[in-house]
Design a protein around this ligand. Sequence first.
Ligand code: SAH
Ligand code: SF4
Length: 464
Amino acid sequence: MNVLDSEMVVASLRKHGYRLTQDPGLADTILFNTCSVREHAEEKSYNNLFHLKQLKLKHPDKIIGVIGCMAQKDQKAIFDRVPFVDLVVGPGQLHQIPSLLEKVADGQGQQLAVSMNRRDGTQEEIRRSHETFDPLRDPEMRPTPYQAYIRIQIGCDKFCTYCIVPMTRGPEQGRLPSQILTEARLLADQGCKEITLLGQTVNSYRFTEDTRTWRLADLLVDLNAIDGIERIKFVTNYPKDMTRELLEAIRDLPKCSPYLHVPAQSGSDTVLKRMKRGYTTADYYAMMDRIHEILPNAAIASDFIVGFCGETDEEFQDTITLVERCRFKNSFIFQYSVRAGTKGAELLEDDIPEEVKKRRNHELLEVQNRICLEDNLPFLGRSVEVLVEGPSKLSLRQKEEGPIVQMTGRTSCDRIVVWQGNTRQAGEILQVTIDDVTGFTLFGTVDTFETTPELIPLTIAKSK
Ligand code: SAH
Ligand code: SF4
């Protein structure tokens, strides 16, 4: 979500004559796009801000801004904690950044633009105060020009007890289908081959227009028909809304990737209840059965929180059991971090010691890593279809030169593949035969096909 927001902000600032630099010393304006999901992310943002103190003292004209979820959550408190910040803009107000920057430059002082808090107005007023900001795209800001995110939903109404997102990103709202489709066509025209639809619970997408209600499956049908788009992914999914209808749409639409990120968060019913996730482990297992029945080749990924309030050893062991049974393609594992403003912070005690959280994190990660390796081994000798992203991280780190470097790409089920290849392959869809694997990466060689030698006709002019 934040990568996409940054792309939009840069695109809109470019329209206003700004240029992008990677050097804070050269910049007239420095904006931090921030995350509030865990305390650690916020601490990192504050530390980065404190580091700019000397620079700001030397160059008081440099404008420093904090945008995104931490801006919405901490609001004015950011000016108290870091008094040299000029601008604080929440994720629902990003469209205002160019005009607010002008006000700061004009000497009008610190500028704050945030959306309404969730308890401070009617549902409709709060909804309107969180505006989507998706009109401008900037291919240069994307991880690769062939892949792009499209937001189809903002906000969240699930209110899991640990989570700050419903407060920072506001009420759940689906975007207009026609806007989503126009944006996808624009991206296809810009050369984008893979789109990833974004929403906090993307498969709960719903939009009613006149008498028709659109669900995610309906959007997928229309997106699948766009020339130039080769792959469609969507994150993040909510287990309860992984319906048979949606799974059948994925099966029947050739461009939809059978990759499903659908966080379980815990394998214990009592913990899920305290988290207010709205499903039981039996519901989750039933969903897994549904996925395997309809999409036998699906790769499923999950998120887990370890050390949630009151989590006993037995409850944690239930999570290990769930991971063993579900065999996820990968799992993101987080240690619980209490977030002020959530029901968890208000009603539950953050009583699991740090070292227990850490130990459980390691234990779960070890189980997941073993599964990753075991499930990658059958790929040995297989040919997989890869969308080429470009030179690998290793190749960039080692500053490899010349056209033949280590290249990287992904399969449609989101596995990372690496091979020695040509930089000109970027953006192509290729077959790669796998000859080595780790838990995280498949290594291989590009399949080459025998072709008849081309005949080059030579026209020889007779000399007079
Ligand atoms: N909307 C997504 C999650 C967004 S937050 C979903 O419902 O799946 C991304 C992940 O961060 C969550 O899945 C959860 O595992 C983790 N997370 C959220 N709040 C957290 C907290 N307070 N402490 C630790 N991890 C948290
Ligand atoms: Fe947070 Fe739960 Fe909403 Fe995901 S579904 S964003 S975890 S409140």
